[in-house]
Design a protein around this ligand. Sequence first.
Ligand SMILES: Nc1ncnc2c1ncn2[C@@H]1O[C@H](COP(=O)(O)OP(=O)(O)OP(=O)(O)O)[C@@H](O)[C@H]1O
Length: 291
Amino acid sequence: MAQDLGGLRRSAAEVRAEERGTRHSGAQPQSDPEILGLKGNHQADGPTDPVVVRDLVRAYGDAPVLDHLDLRIAPGEFVAILGRSGSGKSTLLRALAGLDRDVPGTGEITVPRSVSVVFQDSRLLPWARVLDNVVLGLEASTGLSRAEARRAGAAALAEVGLAGRERAWPGELSGGEQQRVSLARSLVRSPELLLADEPFGALDALTRTRMHGLLRDLLARHRPAVLMVTHDVDEAIVLADRVVVLDVGRIAAERSPADHPDPRALRAELLAALGVENATPDPHARQEIPA
Ligand SMILES: Nc1ncnc2c1ncn2[C@@H]1O[C@H](COP(=O)(O)OP(=O)(O)OP(=O)(O)O)[C@@H](O)[C@H]1O
């Protein structure tokens, strides 16, 4: 048995573990029978439980990529993760998704029962029509009938502005439309936690801005907690309740845009935490983090 998780095939062990509960405890030793993540100390958390990362360590070789990291995400909270290339952003996201079984480490992660992942590339199956991509695995994971799953999938496509495109092939859609399908595929599963790894990183500026508006609307309706990795400081400020800067696997700065008195100063503070010295002076110009 396998289940689709935002485009990822998940093993039976992962699915069983997820059904049992929501708590997993760091990377597993290679010989562990439940090596595939979401294992150990499981508890049936309710829909209002936060995401908790405690003392998380991940390392490739000697150098820690995540260095005793603590992070908490409240239900419905949107946390954006910024950091230079190699600072551990994707490693953190993969740990929360339970996709880092091959990475040595320690620590504890508690996530809600229902987690969806969106990546920079939409990861749609090219040989399946749009609606089939959205509902793939949905019956098995939710207990919906085929007709109910397809109705829910069509409604999700309508929510992302793609009503009428159910029978299109992914290759017939633009990059932005493909990301909309990817969002629909995630949201139709009513996730309590949405993990997004540079979801708009491959889109042009105008499409990206439109996607920001769409995402905000969707989140206002669905209210999952969100952890989004991005290279775009302004995207983080615009979308997130809290912006966290990672530096070599540690939190170097945290800011809540809504509480910050001055957006320009906030931007400058975040860029300074990222080690960007000559920031673009115009706050409306996008500021990407150099590698
Ligand atoms: N499978 C792997 N094997 C060895 N090292 C790895 C592996 N995956 C990641 N790393 C290393 O871990 C560090 C953190 O990687 P990670 O992908 O989490 O960084 P990131 O902050 O997401 O970077 P980017 O912004 O470039 O995507 C990097 O130094 C990277 O080279």
